[in-house]
Design a protein around this ligand. Sequence first.
Ligand SMILES: [Zn+2]
Length: 286
Amino acid sequence: MPEGHTIHALADRLERAFRGQPLEASSPQGRFAADAERLDGQILERAEAWGKHLFVGVAGTTLHVHLGLIGQFPVRPLDGGLPPAPIGAVRLRLVGQGHWADLRGPMICTLVDAERQREIVATLGPDPLRRASSPDAGWERLHRSRRSVAELLMDQSVVAGVGNVYRCEVLHRLAIDPLTPGRELSALLWREIWDDLVLLMPLGRAFSQIITMPDQVEEAGRAKRSGRARAVTRRLTGERLGDTFDRRFLVYKRTGEPCPRCLKPLQEKEIAGRRLYWCPACQVRR
Ligand SMILES: [Zn+2]
């Protein structure tokens, strides 16, 4: 499932491609035909993400999309021509002056009004990629819970946008015991988790790949601060993961390999339907 950085990158991409332009909207598959008609000819005013939810505002209505497990919404340049004939089940096609985008396989694709959008956002915890988000609302939910930190970090009402990779990697980066019940986690460690997400997720958003290895975080951070990352970001269509950096992780899918910190074998365990990867030997802080 795409994590929040992917949806924020998608919102950025939609704004760069279509903002201020009238959209040609259609539903080649037919399942969204009546709603696509309402979007057709409207000007795209803004696109924004909250966690894994995408909201695209046009005059009078908002398109709400959640990609779920298999959804895709790449935005590609037209290169002066027309978009190709749709292939397969395209729920929604948007065509602008210089770009086109096909939405396939979303879990949610619907039009909402401002009130419904507020209701959806109210179910979500703070989003580390939104400047105005504060970790306090997440703490309120987390520190009353008996559930483990590993499970709570995947709960979108505690923190919005975090998926399995960020959860496993951040807990290892901070040497936190993932099995600590939320109500036993210190407020200081919650703050460290939040700050690390605020550091890491913008790098994921810029490069369309999850970057957590200390050397890569350093390099990606430098590229972002110097503005060099922008050229990479603009080239990405969302069709596939970024490949600026080697795909390496500290613990994710590394069961049995030596822990990068203490060299003891990494382990995995299923928690709330998702596989947690961690080092029981050195992840002991709570
Ligand atoms: Zn270790």
